[in-house]
Design a binder for this molecule. Structure first.
Ligand SMILES: [Fe+2]
Length: 283
């Protein structure tokens, strides 16, 4: 898909994939290329969740019960009554917050391994999702900067990225309930040893640096990683499924005309120590 990461996979029906048939090949591509595209899939919610479970436990953002029944999250500007939501609605601000470069769920105590996102309704133009490989960025980073970064710990807070979009979004309790999280700057892939910058718009500080120097450093890393030559832009078609490695990429949504509907379905899979989670923990 991009010269340096991401592959399109052909002749696969994702709803037929099981632990014994097809999963290990897909997982191998995931570890190697960080972003996978499968077209014309038309996954229903049950198939979507079943596919996610092959990668690991489905993320539960509510954390209210131990008997979590996984559900697919809708990334959408359409209300339950089928009407397109107005642009000044808080829900659209929430969608706009996804337009900052990030990787998902770094603000949770167990962050995500993967996101599996599929398109149900797409606008006539815009609404793309863009990706960069933070593995590629790390490889290309000037060596002096690498030395400065290698042992750093970044402080993540959900509220920090939401505040950048709107004050009203910043006071939504959903964004305030998460404790700050501290992750090492690099997430080494336990299968192949490849290291990737673990960065996101959720980072508000760097441990043991003053706030201004820390945020300047993080801004520099995000700017470096998201230069135009590193970006892959995915133009959605209905039925597309993207699976990406949250440990080795950043992504952002792109704007579209908000009077048009856009409905994507998403599930995140939670990372485990087998995915290198223990290697990125700061304590
Ligand atoms: Fe996201």
């Amino acid at each position: 898909m991009h010269q340096r990461f991401g592959v399109e996979v052909f002749d696969i029906k994702l709803s037929n994939i099981t632990a014994d048939s097809g999963y290990s090949e897909i997982r191998d591509l995931f570890e190697r290329y960080s972003l996978l595209l499968f077209r014309e899939q038309k996954l229903d919610d049950g198939e979507h969740i079943a596919l996610g479970k092959l990668f690991g436990p489905i993320e539960d953002r509510s954390r209210v019960t131990n008997n979590f029944d996984p559900v697919v999250t809708t990334v959408s500007n359409v209300a339950e009554d089928g009407q397109v939501i107005e642009e000044n609605d808080l829900k659209v601000s929430y969608l706009k917050a996804n337009q900052l470069w990030h990787t998902d769920s770094t603000f949770l105590s167990t962050p995500a391994l993967a996101n599996i996102l599929t398109a149900k309704v797409v606008p006539s133009t815009g609404g793309e999702t863009e990706f960069v490989s933070t593995r590629v960025a790390w490889k290309d980073l000037p060596s002096k900067l690498k030395v400065r970064i290698r042992d750093k710990v970044f402080c993540h807070r959900y509220l920090h990225s939401r505040q950048q979009i709107s004050k009203s979004l910043a006071i939504v309790s959903l964004f305030m309930k998460h404790n700050d999280q501290f992750w090492r700057a690099l997430w080494p892939n336990p299968c192949n040893g490849e290291e990737a910058l673990y960065i996101a718009s959720h980072i508000y500080a760097v441990q043991d640096m003053n706030v201004n120097d820390g945020s300047a450093l993080v801004d520099r890393l995000i700017e470096f990683s998201t230069q135009s030559q590193y970006i892959h832009t995915h133009k959605w078609r209905v039925g597309d499924v993207l699976i990406w490695d949250e440990r080795a990429t950043m992504h952002r949504g792109r704007p579209w005309s908000y009077d048009e509907a856009r409905i994507l379905s998403s599930i995140c899979v939670t990372a485990r120590d087998v995915d290198g989670l223990d290697l990125v923990r700061s304590l």
